[in-house]
Every structure is written in C-alpha cells, then in structure tokens.
Design a protein around this ligand. Structure first.
Ligand code: PDD
Length: 280
C-alpha cells in the first residue's frame, strides 16, 4: 500500500511526518474523505470545495492547487489499484520546533498527506440491515462547519457507540440532533417529509447530504432543512445517515428503540439507490 507524503509516494511503513507537525501537536489541520467507486472518485469537486473553504476559515494556505490535489488523489488510487474505498487527505500547518501556538513563519511549509483504504461501500452488510445508533451529548467546539482533524469528541462518541454495539453516535445539543460522529443525520416523517438539520456552524456541511438534498428536490420529494429531536426521530417512519464512507445508511434503532418497523425503510432504500446512480 502506497501513501502520499509531501510530494513523495511511499509505502505505508515509510509514510511519516515530524513529531513537531502542528497537526500532531495542536490538531492544526483539515481533512477530507472522498469515496472511490469502481476506481472513480465520487463527488470530489464538492469535497475539494469544502477543503478550500475549511482551510480558508483557519487561514491555512494549501501547498498545492486543487487541480494538483485531485491529480495526486487519482495517482494514489491508480498506484494502489483501488477499486472501491476511500481517499483520505490531510493538510496541516506544517512542522515547526518552537511549539508556538500562533502561526509559524511563512517559510514553514504545510504538510500534505494522503492514503487510501479499501471498502465495498455498496455491498456493506450494514447497508441492508441498517445500523443502530446511540445518542450522546454534543461536546464539540462551536465551528463544526470546519472539517478539522480535532476529532476527540467524535472518537469518544463513536467508541461509546461501538461498546453499545451501535454503528454511529448521534450527537445532541439543546435537545436536538446535530449530526452523527462522522455522518449527517436524517429522518423521514410519517407524512414522508425528509428532514435534516440546516447547515450552519453547528454541523459539518456534508457533501453527501448536499447531493441527497438536491437529488430529492429534483424528484419533487419533500425536504425540510431544520433541527429535529430524538423523540421526533423515534416517532418517524425512517431514519438514516449520509457520508462519503457509507453513502445513505439506514438507522433502525436509536438508543435501543426501533425506528418505524425496525427495518431499513423504502425512502432510505430509494435515496440510497438514487445516490449510487448519481455516483456512478
Ligand atoms: N466524515 N458530519 C461529520 C461530523 C463528518 O465527520 C462527516 C464525514 C459528515 C458527512 O460528510 P460527507 O458526506 O461529506 O462525507 C458529516 C468522514 C467520512 C470521516 O470523518 O471519516
């Protein structure tokens, strides 16, 4: 397996950055995850646009153009013979030995790394069966719209989910669901309205969320972008999550209680098919 590190393609065993890297010391970095389906990057323009926005929000200048970054992503897919999976990319404010909290001098070059992982997203067993989610308080900072590598809250949330035999944690703030640990959260009401929280500083603007909302609107499906409570989710017909790593993924239980009939619902299955068709 080959990774990309600051201009070089190297085996994973040699893929290293400095202990002084600000990503390591301060989580001073941004990441993106784009899916690969049949060797092709999925919705990558949307991921690159979000990358550009995230780095802009933390005043970090990308060391390469977006065009060049996409070339590297594709080259890495090629070198790894990746058919189905993901490309992870991370850019940090570079390595600087001073451990100054403030930004380093302009001659410190940002770190850019990428690696791939294999995953058959389409045939994942959880796609058919759906997943259970647990709810946890959302203890993150107030700029969740930035795809920062500071993921400790999500690490703890998803570990709690794993220990409970659940596939995701839905995070709760002021009684409302913000989003999943690494996914956007949706419900389908009893009268077939698709509901997902509006974008803002409280959630990451999911690329898959954006595509699903657009695809649903194009098909005249009813969509409401607003916050919802766990009680609403439990009273809903269906619930699901979206992300580059699962596409559209049914949620069949929340905190041990069934959503709808406890099976992946027809709207979820339809949106999943529509999304996969769009991705292909
Ligand atoms: N996570 N919300 C959060 C907090 C996320 O971390 C993610 C993605 C999403 C969905 O965004 P998108 O549809 O653009 O993947 C929503 C990635 C997959 C991860 O951390 O692995």
């Amino acid at each position: 397996k080959i990774a990309y590190v600051n201009g070089s393609y190297v085996p994973h065993s040699e893929a290293k950055v400095s202990v002084f890297d600000r990503g390591f010391l301060f989580a001073d970095g941004i990441y993106e995850v784009a899916a690969v389906l049949e060797g092709k990057l999925i919705d990558n323009a949307s991921h690159l646009a979000r990358l550009e926005r995230s780095v802009g929000e933390i005043q970090l200048k990308l060391p390469e153009t977006l065009e060049r970054i996409e070339e590297i992503q594709k080259e890495l897919v090629r070198r790894n013979n990746l058919v189905n999976g993901m490309v992870y990319l991370e850019v940090t404010r570079g390595a600087d030995t001073g451990r100054d909290f403030a930004f380093p001098k302009a001659d410190v070059k940002p770190t850019l790394i990428m690696f791939t992982s294999e995953k058959d997203i389409i045939n994942a067993p959880s796609a058919k069966a759906g997943i259970n989610v647990i709810t946890v308080p959302d203890i993150r900072w107030e700029r969740r719209d930035i795809k920062s590598v500071a993921l400790l809250a999500q690490v703890l949330a998803k570990q709690a989910a794993a220990e409970a035999g659940a596939g995701e944690a839905w995070m709760i703030e002021d009684g409302k669901v913000t989003e999943g640990g690494s996914s956007s959260a949706f419900i389908v009401t009893q009268d077939d309205v698709i509901v997902t929280r509006q974008n803002g500083n409280e959630i990451l603007p999911g690329c898959t969320r954006k595509a699903v909302v657009k695809l649903a609107e194009e098909r005249q499906l009813r969509i409401e972008e607003r916050a919802f409570t766990v009680a609403e989710a439990l009273a809903a017909k269906e619930a699901f999550t979206t992300s580059a790593s699962v596409f559209v993924q049914g949620v069949v239980k929340i905190d041990g209680r069934e959503v709808g009939n406890g099976k992946v619902g027809p709207m979820t299955a339809r949106l999943r098919e529509i999304y996969i068709e769009f991705a292909r």
